[in-house]
Structure formats: structure tokens, C-alpha cells
Design a protein around this ligand. Structure first.
Ligand SMILES: NC(=O)CC[C@H](N)C(=O)O
Length: 198
């Protein structure tokens, strides 16, 4: 399984490390041509405005919409979640608009800019150490979106078919379970696509 990590800005090496430990071949993706032959892509945390600008500059806005249209799985963490969102509360800049979620940036307030908490994520982990850094929240989700976990009542991870997102940073832990879950999604969609092309 070959997974890319969008390498325009942000926590790229950390995702590559965990994907590799979870058994995938992982590469840093800096040019759209590198998307060919990938089975899935991670959009890392960082600064979503910077990632958005660079995505447009290098043609990733169009290329990643095509990538998603082929049902290739995408996993966005923190800023990556913002990039996947359909709507960003009160703001408008380049994002992919793929997931039917409305998000608020930096939504935990100043006192709680960074914190860690153990979250039970049904089907993934009973005690996942979630690291939040100036994290976004998911305010609303559409009917096709499954809420994976909440923290203090607020939605912090969700899945819509081949799209996965988390407000926190699983790549900053040694816990492979969230990345392993993403790789299972990739396998699932890869076999569906293979059947479809026979
Ligand atoms: N750790 C992160 O990815 C922070 C996201 C950042 N606050 C943003 O809005 O883009």
C-alpha cells in the first residue's frame, strides 16, 4: 500500500513515520504528479491558510478533488481537517470542500491552545492519547458523516465514506491505531476499485 503525505507545510515527517510503522510505504508529496499510483493521502496539521495557498499555487486544489472523486481515501489531521471541510466558519480561502462538515478554527480558546486527553474512540481505541494544538472543532455534520468521537460534547473526529478527519494529532504519539484504521479504509476502497475495474 502506497500512501502520500501532502508535504507543502506542517507535520509531514511524523505522519510518514507512523504510516511506515503501521506497514505502509509512505512518501512526501510535493508535486501533483506524485499522486499517480498512490492508494491514499494524508493532509497533515500545520497552518491551514498556508497549506491552502500552496495547494492552489501547485495545482493540488484541482488534483486532490480528482483524487477524491476516484474514491481514494484522504485523512486530514488538524489543519488537514480544515482543508477537507465543506465550510469554515466565518472565513473563506482555498480548501477542498470534500467533507460535509462545518468547522471552526482555533476553537478551544486561548487558555486551552494545547492540551492532551485520553479519548475512547469506538472501533479504534479505548484510550487514544489525543494531542490538541490550536485545534479546530467540527460544529456541524451532514447526514452522511459518522461522528467518531467527541470531547466535552464537541465533535473532534469524523468519517464520511473514504474521508477521515481528526482535530487532534495522532502523528505526535507512538499510537498507531488511528493510522492503522486509515490503512484499513484504504484497503477497503482499494478492493472495491479493483472489483469495479475488472
Ligand atoms: N495544529 C494545527 O494544525 C493547527 C491548525 C491551525 N490552528 C489552523 O487553523 O490552521
Amino acid at each position: 500500500m502506497k500512501i502520500g503525505v501532502l508535504a507543502l507545510q506542517g507535520a509531514v515527517a511524523e505522519h510518514i513515520r507512523l504510516l511506515t510503522l503501521a506497514g505502509a510505504e509512505a512518501i512526501a508529496v510535493k508535486r501533483v504528479e506524485q499522486l499517480d499510483g498512490l492508494d491514499g493521502l494524508v493532509i497533515p496539521g500545520g497552518e491551514s491558510t498556508a497549506i491552502g495557498k500552496l495547494m492552489k499555487k501547485y495545482g493540488f486544489d484541482t488534483a486532490l478533488r480528482e483524487f477524491s472523486a476516484q474514491k481514494k481515501p484522504l485523512f486530514g489531521t488538524c489543519a488537514g481537517l480544515i482543508i477537507l471541510a465543506g465550510e469554515i466558519e466565518g472565513q473563506d480561502w482555498v480548501h477542498l470542500g470534500l467533507m460535509d462538515i462545518k468547522v471552526a478554527r482555533n476553537a478551544f480558546g486561548r487558555q486551552r491552545e494545547s492540551f492532551e486527553v485520553d479519548l475512547p474512540i469506538p472501533g479504534i481505541a479505548e484510550d487514544f492519547r489525543a494531542v490538541f494544538i490550536r485545534a479546530p472543532l467540527i460544529r456541524e455534520v451532514g447526514d452522511d458523516v459518522d461522528i467518531l468521537v467527541r470531547h466535552n460534547g464537541e465533535i473532534v473526529a469524523a468519517r464520511q465514506g473514504h474521508l477521515l478527519c481528526a482535530s487532534f494529532h495522532p502523528e505526535l504519539t507512538d499510537d498507531l491505531r488511528m493510522h492503522a484504521y486509515f490503512l484499513e479504509m484504504v484497503k477497503e476502497y482499494r478492493s472495491q476499485t479493483a472489483v469495479g475495474t475488472v
